[in-house]
Design a protein. Structure first.
Length: 71
């Protein structure tokens, strides 16, 4: 299942994080993550990054803010 936030909340998050999404965003984010992994995976270290949000099993959700949609 995939959670989808209301557009208003997505806009607020983008504003706070100063994210201006355009066609170059995905490629730029991919390049950043690759650079971080290259720098972080040295001398026995392992850097892992994820682009998702996972909630604790059994954690109560706020239905008015979060809707779960099957993928």
């Amino acid at each position: 299942m995939q959670a989808r936030l209301p557009l208003r909340i997505v806009s607020e998050i983008q504003s706070v994080l100063h994210i201006h999404y355009d066609s170059s965003y995905d490629a730029a984010l991919g390049a950043l993550l690759a650079d971080l992994a290259k720098a972080g995976n040295t001398q026995g270290n392992e850097l892992l990054a994820a682009n998702g949000l996972w909630a604790q099993k059994g954690l109560a959700e706020r239905p008015r803010r979060l809707r779960i949609h099957p993928t």
